[in-house]
Design a protein around this ligand. Structure first.
Ligand code: HEM
Length: 142
């Protein structure tokens, strides 16, 4: 049981790396879009959407599915304050994930409407949420 739970936890963390790594990589890639003109801009956005679908969406699905399995292996975690806050931060992250994905789909038809600043904001926000969630999950402060 201990080894099985350890493996699930390792795969939960693998999903996090895929999810957040994808989001940060795509935000960095798209920060270059405003500098490009013509075809490269559309190509950047197409590549970004495909990357989003093959990394961030898959990573988020793995993280959430295995998070639910981890709850089943330790139901009392649902009564702990740090875990409630962690789930709230994950919900905020998920909200920005969906918004970012929809924004990329919108920009594929309107490529000139993006700014470097909006991607920097997304990059910063995702990084801050990741740090806060990791601190809560590892330190379990309350
Ligand atoms: C970006 C999002 C997430 C991050 C960064 C994250 C991070 C982590 C980390 C680092 C651990 C290992 C903690 C330890 O044992 O020291 C962990 C455990 C766990 N995670 Fe996540 N997680 C995320 C999303 C989720 C979601 C969405 C769920 C539930 C649906 C979830 C449920 C759990 C559970 C139940 C554990 C085991 C806690 C315990 O029993 O002590 N996580 N998470």
């Amino acid at each position: 049981m201990y080894a099985l739970r350890g493996s699930i936890l390792a795969l939960h963390i693998f999903g996090i790396v895929y999810w957040i790594g994808g989001l940060l990589m795509i935000a960095s890639l798209l920060a270059r879009v405003p500098d490009e003109v013509g075809l490269p801009k559309e190509r950047f956005l197409g590549v970004a959407r495909r990357l989003f679908e093959t990394t961030s969406n898959v990573g988020a699905a793995i993280t959430i599915a295995l998070g639910l399995v981890l709850i089943l292996t330790n139901p009392p975690v649902l009564r702990q304050g740090w875990f409630h806050l962690k789930l709230l931060l994950v919900a905020i992250l998920l909200f920005y994930h969906v918004r970012f994905y929809r924004r990329i789909i919108f920009l594929e038809d309107h490529p000139s409407e993006s700014t470097r600043r909006e991607y920097s904001v997304i990059h910063g926000l995702v990084s801050l949420l990741l740090i806060a969630i990791l601190m809560l999950a590892v330190m379990k402060p309350f």
